[in-house]
Design a protein around this ligand. Structure first.
Ligand code: NAG
Length: 266
């Protein structure tokens, strides 16, 4: 601009002023939109069986953010990636938005001998596997989560890697909490990414909630199986998530400032 004539500067100024209203993504925004990426335990209507629900939409009650629940039943970190779902969310996010990524329920299995299209390659790093079904290369849970997070942070969003919800921890009548490996993998991915990516141990928060709730009440939250909860269970999972964010159980996250009402469920 140093060598521009005054008329060029004025013209550019007018152009900038005229362009501003048509580019709302550049305007400062009071509250971000939070996009939720996950499986049936987070999705609207849960397992779509009329009896279960996911926790995602309930979070809106406890925060000032706009919640867009992009969770879809049956998905793993791998299949959400392979279907272009992370890319779809990345295309929507604007600078300052927040993306919560929570997978694990559909990520297990053995893709080299019985690939179901969802299993990740075992390991927490750059290991690769060849699919027994298609011959395609499969990467680890950590790899998919890292790639997905990078798509979001490249758009100026922050990411919260949330560990999966537990199954019914009172299924046997005794309380047994043994976090699946995907819980730790979320933390591994967060540590690899650093700035702009946060971790919250949702598994631990819901686990503590169930422990406090006890056998009978926890079992009553599971109408059909040990994974999908009733709407009441989904609400509890959202409340436990909120409490973990508000009390900063695993450090401060970018959602902290937007919690408007934190329940105490554990
Ligand atoms: C998250 O924080 C809680 C509370 O301090 C702790 O029990 C849990 O182990 C942490 N999660 C991980 C995966 O480190």
């Amino acid at each position: 601009m140093r060598f521009s004539s005054l008329s060029t500067v004025l013209a550019l100024g007018a152009l900038k002023a005229a362009a501003t209203p048509t580019r709302p993504e550049l305007a400062p925004r009071a509250t971000p939109t939070v996009y939720l990426c996950g499986d049936s335990t987070m999705a609207n209507k849960g397992a779509n069986d009329g009896a279960t629900d996911g926790w995602g939409q309930y979070f809106g009650t406890y925060s000032s953010v706009t919640v867009v629940n992009k969770a879809i039943g049956g998905r793993s970190a791998r299949s959400y990636w392979a279907e272009g779902r992370f890319a779809e969310v990345a295309a929507l996010v604007k600078s300052g938005d927040i993306v919560v990524i929570e997978f694990g329920h559909n990520d297990g299995g053995t893709p080299v001998t019985a690939d179901n299209g969802r299993s990740d390659c075992p390991g927490a790093g750059t290991e690769t596997c060849i699919s027994s079904a298609t011959g395609e290369t499969i990467y680890t849970f950590v790899f998919y989560v890292i790639q997905a997070s990078k798509l979001m942070t490249a758009k100026g969003a922050t990411v919260i890697l949330s560990s999966q919800t537990p199954n019914n921890l009172w299924e046997t009548g005794a309380f047994v909490s043994a976090p699946p490996r995907f819980v730790g993998y979320q933390l591994t991915a967060q540590k690899a990414l650093g700035t702009g990516v946060y971790f919250v141990d949702h598994y631990e928060a819901v686990s503590k909630t169930y422990k406090k709730l006890g056998n009978t009440e926890t079992n009553a939250l599971y109408p059909n199986d040990h994974t999908h909860t009733s709407p009441k269970g989904a609400l509890l999972s959202a409340q436990a998530f909120t409490q973990a964010i508000y009390t900063k159980t695993n450090g401060t996250t970018s959602l902290y400032d937007y919690v408007i009402n934190s329940p105490t469920v554990y």
